[in-house]
Every structure is written in C-alpha cells, then in structure tokens.
Ligand binder design. Structure first.
Ligand code: GDP
Ligand code: IMO
Ligand code: MG
Length: 435
C-alpha cells in the first residue's frame, strides 16, 4: 500500500495477545493497519473489546475491526457475529462521521450468527456450573461456537437463502426446545421480533457479505500487506490455554490459519501484545494475582476494567513462565510490551521467574502444563526490581527511558526469549517506542 511502509509491517503479519486478553492489541492493530491493504479479524466475537485511541478520538470495538480507520477490514469466517452488536457499532461509526461501505468493511458469508438463544444458553450453562463458573462475558460465545462445531446454527449466508424464513423457523423451534431442556425460559424468544430484526440486518449488511477467502488469498499472493487482527489471548485458547477457564476459539496463530487458510509458515511476523504486568478478567488461575493495595493501585492507574463488561480486572505482577508459554503457543515472533507507564509510580516491581509446586521449582522450560490442576498450586518465586518513579508517558526513544525502566524491559526480553519490538507508554498511537 503506502510506499512509506516500515519494513516491519510489510507482507502478511498478525497482531495478537499472548496473555489473558486486553493487553492492547487494538492499539497495535490501529498502528499496523495504517500500512495494511487489508485487515482480517479472525477470533471470537463481541466478547472482545478493543480500544483504539487516535486522531479521531477513542473507540471501543467489539466486532468492528480495529483497522477500520485506515484500510479495508474483513470479519473472517471464524468470527461469531451478533447482528445487534454489529449494527450498533456500524451506527456508532456513522454517527461519529465514518460511514461504512463494502470499501471499508466486508463480512464473511461463513461467519456464524449469535442470536438471543446463545446468550440465554451462555447464562444457563454458567448457572449449571455452580461454584465453578467461568465468568464468561455472557455474549453467547460458547453456545455459538458449539453450534458451529455441531454443524448446526445459522450463518451469515443463510440470511440470503431463498428459504431463509423456513430455516429460521426450524432454528427457532430447535433452540427453544434446547433451552427448555436446559431449564431455561424457552418462551422468552419473540419470533416476529427476531425475524424482523434479522430481515433488517440482512438488508443493511447485504452489500458487505461475501466469500472473503479468495480476496484474502489474492492479496496475500500478490505480496500486499495483509494484517491479521486477533482477539482474546493465547492463554484463553480453547485447547492450549488455562482450560476450562478459556474462551471457545483459537486466539493463537493457528486460529488465523483456520480462518484464512494461510498457514503459519506464510506469516512473516506475529506481534504479541503483552502487558508490563499481569491481569485477567473472569475466573481461572492467575498465580501472580495481587489481592492487596498494590493490585488496586495497578487496577486504578491502568484503568483495568473490562472493555466489554466493565468488570474489574484482576491485576498482578508480570509472569515470565505464563508469558513465555503464551508467546510460544501464540506463535509470536516479537513482543509489543504495553502499559509500561502504569508502573511509573511503583516503588518496587516484582517479576515471577519460577513457580514452586509441592516443594519443587518449575520454570518455563519444565512447565508440565498450564492447566488449573497445576497452576492453581503454583506459588510464584519473585525477583524484585527498583521502580523508576518518573513518568515515561512522553518518551519516544528506548534510550530515553529511565535506566531502571530499560533494565526492567531488557530483563523481560531476555527471559521471555523474544525481541521486544515496541514499548507502549500510553493509550495513544503516539505513546509508542519502536526499537
Ligand atoms: P485489547 O483487547 O487487547 O485491544 O485491549 P483493551 O482495549 O481491552 O484494553 C487495553 C486498555 O489499555 C485500553 O483502555 C487501552 O486504551 C489501554 N492502553 C493500551 N496501551 C496502553 C499503554 O501503553 N498505557 C496505558 N496507560 N494504557 C494503554
Ligand atoms: P479481548 O479481545 C479478556 C474471557 C472472559 C472469560 C472467558 C470466557 O478484548 O482481549 P467468553 O465470553 O469468551 O465465553 O468468556 O474468556 N474473555 C476475555 N478476556 N479479553 C477478551 O477479549 C476476552 N474475551 C473473552 O472474561 O474469562
Ligand atoms: Mg479487550
């Protein structure tokens, strides 16, 4: 696209998250998409909340790809789409002066739809877990993906089939039956209201819905700049994450391949956003979680409240073992270390360098598993760093960071064993140090 594209963003690249989500992917997709010919969002659905802060203002996107200000964006095959949420976001963009057309947004015909019953089933399943709830976002993600793997449920292209009303009626009956079996309120769904809403969505989205893979391949094969936008984080991967405390999709590089048919070995760079400390929202193991004033301090300074649900995020220290593992399964080639500025006021910063379980020490290299049966027992072993206690917010070059901050970053780089390509010191596009 642009002749000024920095070498880093040339070709087919991916931005994802190597933690439990919310590490600042949205910001880096916004940055990278300035040079992209196309952005492909591939994971999750409206459980995501991606913040973009640029010259147009601040935006919190759930389904809208974060590259939307800069280039053509695609919602890929494996994104689960709640038409209500998507239309709301399209309306918001339009009201803020960004009309959407097929020139800036395309939607895969094969994306699965999230409808009312998925949200209902999500809530019923959480209740059925008793004291072991996952703390889902309640957006119907798990049930929508279960239908997809069951090879049932409605997809985008069904809206345009000549027998759509028949398909909807069959789906309505089936889902009502399911909800009844689950002990839910199967009469809560409004047949006419839902159908009318879907017909409205069908009309509004029609110009944007198409088979997207041929276009993605054409651009990839022509050496255009294709940027994959991940969602969630690799520690939330259905299989390789802290299962069952995970989401129902594949936020790793494998997920990009499933959505696009572009194999990982054809992807040039995989930039993984990683916070300069630890955090997660929802339930599940988190060995370095802080339950004291320091945890509260990080939450307040870092504004660690869920972008989608508003829930307070659990905060803690940087965990080298979980990050090393998360970056590895993500397929990361580089790290974007985010939110370093959040630690500016902290007197002493800790980093978890090993776990102790049943009197034995484990590091990233001999981690037996990341699953709760092990992680729940892990006692973090910390190394302490002196804080730099000056603002890093306006710093533009790595060498201009306080020496103590540089040492902290270099320590993380050495032990995560991946180059830290970017250091982020604020939410704005400009608050970014490239190395
Ligand atoms: P995503 O889901 O990975 O895109 O991240 P979220 O948008 O859910 O959460 C990241 C939050 O941190 C957002 O509010 C961003 O504006 C903010 N943010 C991103 N990078 C930085 C940074 O370097 N410093 C600070 N203070 N905030 C940041
Ligand atoms: P972004 O893209 C953080 C978490 C939920 C819950 C678990 C399962 O903004 O980083 P789900 O609704 O997906 O069935 O919930 O996954 N989760 C996220 N946490 N960021 C996200 O997205 C998340 N998407 C899902 O909190 O623990
Ligand atoms: Mg988020």
């Amino acid at each position: 696209m642009s002749t000024k594209t920095p070498p880093y963003w040339k070709g087919t690249n991916v931005v994802l998250d190597a933690g439990w989500g919310d590490s600042g992917k949205g910001k880096f997709v916004d940055i990278g998409s300035q040079y992209a010919d196309v952005v492909v969002r591939w994971a999750g659905g409206p459980n995501a909340g991606h913040t973009v802060k640029n010259e147009h203002g601040e935006f919190k996107f759930h389904l809208m790809p974060s590259g939307i200000f800069n280039t053509l964006c695609i919602l890929g095959d494996t994104v689960v789409i709640d038409p209500h949420v998507l239309l709301e976001e399209i309306d918001e963009m339009e009201s803020r002066g960004f009309p959407l057309t097929p020139l800036n947004l395309l939607i895969s015909a094969d994306a699965s739809l999230i409808l009312e019953w998925h949200k209902h089933r999500d809530a019923l399943t959480e209740t059925a877990r008793g004291g072991k709830k996952l703390g889902t976002t309640g957006r119907g993600i798990g049930p929508a993906y279960s239908d997809r793997t069951e090879r049932t449920g409605l997809k985008m292209f069904h809206l345009y089939e000549s027998n759509f009303e028949k398909l909807f009626e069959r789906e309505f009956r089936w889902q009502s039956k399911l909800c009844k079996l689950m002990g839910g309120d199967h009469e809560a769904f409004d047949y006419d209201g839902m159908l009318a809403h879907l017909k409205n969505a069908r009309e509004r989205l029609k110009p944007m819905v198409q088979n997207v893979i041929p276009l993605i391949w054409k651009m990839h094969d022509a050496g255009k700049n294709v940027l994959g936008e991940g969602a969630q984080g690799s520690l939330l991967d259905l299989d390789l994450g802290t299962t069952p405390y995970v989401t129902s999709s594949h936020p790793t590089i494998a997920g990009f391949g499933i959505a696009t048919g572009i194999h990982a070995n054809k992807v040039k760079r995989v930039l993984a956003a990683v916070r300069a400390y630890g955090a997660r929202v929802g339930d599940g193991p988190f060995p370095t979680e802080l339950f004291d004033k320091m945890g509260e301090h990080i939450r307040e300074v870092g504004h660690e409240y869920g972008t989608t649900t508003g829930r307070p995020r659990r905060c803690g220290w940087f965990d080298i073992i979980a990050t090393w593992y998360g970056a590895r399964v993500a397929g990361a080639t580089h790290i974007a270390l985010t939110k370093l500025d959040v630690l500016d006021d902290v007197e002493e910063i800790k980093v978890c360098t090993a776990y102790e379980v049943d009197g034995q020490k484990y590091d990233a290299r001999n981690l037996p598993t990341i699953k709760p049966r092990f992680l729940d027992k892990a006692q973090p072993v910390y190394k302490t760093f002196p804080g730099w206690q000056v603002s890093t917010r306006s710093v533009k070059k790595f060498k201009e960071l306080p020496i103590k901050a540089q040492k902290y970053v270099l320590f993380l780089e050495k032990h995560v064993e991946l180059p830290i390509k970017f250091v982020s010191v604020g939410p704005d596009r400009e608050d970014t140090i490239a190395r």
